[in-house]
Design a protein around this ligand. Structure first.
Ligand code: AMP
Ligand code: MG
Length: 490
């Protein structure tokens, strides 16, 4: 007799976080919602995780990604962590998120699956544990755009409407995002351990982190210093990439800095239009602490806080521990500069290195600031050789700069085609501009029209393609759309 095979969703969960000492989490289930409805589902990400998109994209997936039904093998928990928020240390934790567990992919990689907006936890403080549709779709769009831009990031698997209203300044549609990450460990997780845990608990967390993210160092005598050095390196690389694409995170608190080196927590973030290092988007960042031009330095500040948490693991003698930490932290600036300059060389089509390269780059950026031109589109125009019009390109200063650049391009063997190809790979033709994202969100939230967002996502999935279709998405905002502010009412 023929058998009816049950088509499997492809879950293959482990729950290694539960093997940490119990101060690091609370086991708790997502709180079910009234009427889950799938808004957007990331089929290609699902496939790469070993999941069956046909099983998960419909109602069954909506149930799972809303938190109403647990995937096989999931043992949900809320993570405990602390963090410096705008410079002040406090206890935090997942106040509206549940880690379902870790999906092991067919090729053996491990990814956290976390629901965001899935209900109250012991770490909710006065919050309602919920999230609204606009900000969850915003995280989906920007995180997927960052991924396509080659920036390490958490990713977005699905957004589900809950069928419930969420009270903010007004009542807004509720939603849950399913976020995928190589790991949700944060600098703030270590600060939590160092502040409220025992030495053994801090050590257990560090050992877990080594096993999970840096297994090649776990048996070395100075493995904890290696762990620190690796995070310094990853963050230097990450923040250099942010600067190169003009991304402003907006809330670089230590709880929003991952150990995995992925960008996390897309709240009041945005891409810069006109080049200005002082650009701030977050409406709550009054002092410009997290302005575009400050991001590299804040990265260093956060890493100093990370070192402080790890000190007891570096050496039993505190003075010596501080010395080791300082030496490792001092590398950050150098690494950052190295990654940034390498990225800038590529943006200018340079394959080899020359001692004057940094000056060449800085002079261009200064001109961009002086002439108030669009960051992305200036590099786009340089790539395409479209430099015959516009206030910057028509200036005498730019003509002088271009001569130096052309001369510099002569100092390498690569052909014009090779230069063009490098520049196209290094300068996105499109970014998720604020006004485009807002248009997509307005259509989705106000009219339940998801087509605008889906078209935008398709364009942003190949930012280096330079297709004709992308041209209209490359336009900078109209003057009336500036200045742009993102709000924390998420
Ligand atoms: P974020 O700014 O998203 O990094 O969040 C900072 C902290 O506030 C984290 O501990 C979040 O879990 C918590 N949080 C943010 N929104 C809510 C909410 N609506 N309910 C409960 N906790 C929240
Ligand atoms: Mg956060």
């Amino acid at each position: 007799m023929a058998k009816v095979a049950q088509i499997k969703a492809g879950w293959n969960f482990d729950n290694s976080y539960l093997r940490l000492p119990e101060i690091f989490f609370t086991q708790i289930k997502p709180i079910p919602v009234r009427a889950p409805e799938m808004v957007i589902f990331n089929r290609s990400l699902a496939v790469s995780l070993g999941l069956n998109p046909d099983v998960l994209q419909g109602e069954a997936g909506a149930e799972v990604f809303a938190g109403n039904r647990l995937p096989a093998g999931a043992k949900p928990l809320a993570q405990a962590y602390g963090g410096h928020q705008f410079g002040y240390f406090t206890m935090l934790g997942d106040g509206r998120a549940h880690l379902l567990g870790e999906q092991i992919t067919p090729d053996g990689r491990r990814f956290d699956l976390q629901l965001k907006g899935s209900g109250r936890t012991p770490y909710s403080r006065s919050g309602d544990g919920r999230a609204t549709l606009g900000p969850m779709l915003r995280e989906y769009i920007i995180s997927e755009a960052m991924y396509a831009l080659g920036v390490p990031t958490t990713r977005s698997l699905a957004v589900v409407r809950t069928g419930e209203g969420v009270r903010r300044e007004k009542v807004l549609p509720g939603a849950v995002l399913c976020r995928v990450a190589a790991g949700h460990l944060r600098v703030g997780t270590f600060q939590f351990a160092a502040t409220w845990g025992k030495f053994a608990e801090l050590k257990a967390l560090a050992d877990y982190t080594l096993q999970r993210h840096f297994p090649e160092y776990k048996n070395e005598a100075d493995c904890y210093l290696k762990l620190y050095e690796q995070v310094v390196d990853r963050q230097a690389k990450l923040i250099a990439k942010w600067q190169l694409v003009g991304f402003i995170h907006g809330v670089m608190n230590t709880d929003n800095m991952t150990i995995s080196g992925e960008t996390i927590d897309y709240g009041p973030c945005a891409f810069m239009d006109t080049y200005d290092p002082a650009t701030v988007f977050s409406s709550i960042d009054h002092e410009g602490r997290y302005a575009y031009g400050n991001q590299p330095e804040i990265g260093g500040w956060n890493l100093a806080r990370f070192a402080e948490a790890l000190l007891p693991l570096f050496h039993t003698n505190q003075e010596q521990a501080v010395e080791l930490a300082q030496e490792a932290l001092d590398q950050y600036e150098l690494l950052y500069k190295k990654y940034w300059l390498a990225g800038m060389r590529a943006k200018l089509g340079l394959f080899n290195t020359h001692e004057d390269d940094e000056t060449l780059v800085v002079e261009l950026l200064n001109l961009m600031e002086q002439y108030q031109v669009d960051y992305t589109n200036t590099f786009r125009a340089l790539t395409l050789g479209e430099t015959n019009s516009g206030k910057l390109f028509c200036s005498r200063e730019f003509a002088a700069w271009r001569k130096l650049w052309q001369k510099r391009l002569q100092q390498q063997r690569e052909t014009a085609e090779e230069v063009l190809s490098l520049m196209k790979r290094s300068n996105p033709a499109v970014i998720p501009r604020n006004y485009l994202v807002e248009e997509a969100l307005a259509a989705a939230v106000e009219r339940e029209d998801y087509s605008v967002m889906k078209n935008l996502l398709q364009i942003l999935a190949a930012p280096f393609a330079y297709t004709a279709e992308q041209e209209k998405y490359a336009a900078p905002p109209l003057p009336s759309e500036v200045p742009y502010r993102t709000f924390c009412g998420t």
